[in-house]
Design a protein around this ligand. Sequence first.
Ligand code: GLY
Length: 326
Amino acid sequence: MSNRRNFIKKTSIGVAGTFLSSKVSSSNFSKKNQNSMTGLPIIISTWKHGYAANEKAYELIKNGKRAIDAVEQGVKVTEADPDCTSVGYGGWPDRDGNVTLDACIMDHTGNCGSVSFLKNIKHPISVARKVMDNTPHVMLSGQGAFEFAIKNGFHKEDLLTDKAKKRWKEWLRDSKYQPIINVENHDTIGLLAIDKNGDISGACTTSGLAWKMHGRVGDSPIIGAGMFVDNEIGGCCATGVGEAVMKTLGSFLIVELMRQGATPQEACEEGVSRIVKNQNYKDMQIGYLAINKKGEHGAYAVHKGFDYALHQNGTNKMIDAQAFVK
Ligand code: GLY
C-alpha cells in the first residue's frame, strides 16, 4: 500500500477512535438514536419559526423543485416576519441600534455563498444565493455586500421596526450584555432539506445576538460553522451563541462524524460535548440539527428549550430537542 493510502487509513482509524472513546466517556449522552425514522423528502429547521418555513419549503419540493430553491424560499418566510426578532426584518439591533444580518446557503454540489454584516436588505439569504450563483467568491461582507445587493436588484429598506426600536431603547437604560438563554442567544433559523432526487441543501440566516458590538459577525454566515452540507453524507445547522459554534466549527464537525458512522443524533451530541468540554456553557444555549442521506435526523442542545420543526412523510410537526443539561 502506498504511503498516502497508509496515512489515510491510519488517520481514519484515529479519528473514528477519538469519536468512539469520547462517546463512551460522556455519561450525559442518551446513547440511543431515537430519531431513526426515515422518509424522503425531509425538511428540518430550528425553532418555532421553522414551522412556517418548512411549509413553504415543502410546497416547493412537492412541486418538484430542487432543495436549494426550497431552503432559500423557506427561510425567506422567517426573514420577512417582523414578529421574528432574531432574523431579518424586525431583528433586534446591535448596541448602537443597527440591524446587521448574516446568512449562508449551500447546495448538493458543495457550492456555497454567504453574506455577513449586511445592513438594510431584507433577504440576506437571497443575496448569499446570488454570491453563490453569480460571483467567483463565497462571502461578501458589510458595505461591499450591500453594494452587490443593490446592483443585483435588491432594495434598501429600514429593518428596525418600531417594536425592535422600543426594545433597544429599554435595553439602553442598563446596557447590560447578558444575553438570555433561548431568547437572545439565539434564535437563528437554520433549515436543511432533501428533495425528491435525494439531493441535500441548507440555509441559515440571522440578525445575530441582540445588543452585540457593532461589526460583530457570528457563526451563521460561516460555512462549516453555522451550516454545512455534504451530499454524500448529510447536513447540519446550528443555532445559539455563534462564538461557541465557531470555536468548534460545529456543523462541519457533525457532518464529518456522520461520515465516520455516527448517527445524526450521536453526531449532534458529540458536537455539543466539544462545546461543553472547554467553554463556560452555563449561560449560553447552542442547538444543532443534523440529517443524513437516509433521511434520519438528530437534534441536541446545551440547555432545554430548543425545539425544531420536522417535515417528513407529509407531516410538519414541532419536536423538543434533548439537552446536555438535564
Ligand atoms: N447563531 C447566531 C449568532 O450567534 O449570531
